[in-house]
Design a protein around this ligand. Structure first.
Ligand SMILES: [Zn+2]
Length: 78
């Protein structure tokens, strides 16, 4: 079992949703295999997975499109 490089906690293999965030280009990738730290929640991806995520960013075709609400923290009175 690998250890988290940030906190030394145990990591477990999980499928996660990856958020790609580059300027005004955002998308999610679902069911991405990752190693997730059970202590701090840090996600790490294998080089192969990271490479595929980069390819998706360049020329992937999304399975579906969702609408995402965007809040401005400074403008809310809650
Ligand atoms: Zn950790």
């Amino acid at each position: 079992m690998d250890k988290c490089v940030f906190c030394g906690g145990q990591v477990s293999r999980q499928q996660v949703t990856f958020l790609y965030d580059d300027d005004d280009n955002y998308f999610f990738v679902e069911h991405v295999p990752a190693e997730v730290c059970t202590k701090c929640g840090e996600k790490t991806y294998s080089p192969e997975v990271a490479e595929k995520l980069t390819r998706l960013a360049k020329r992937g075709h999304p399975a579906r499109t969702i609408q995402v609400p965007v809040f401005n923290f400074g403008e809310t009175s809650l």
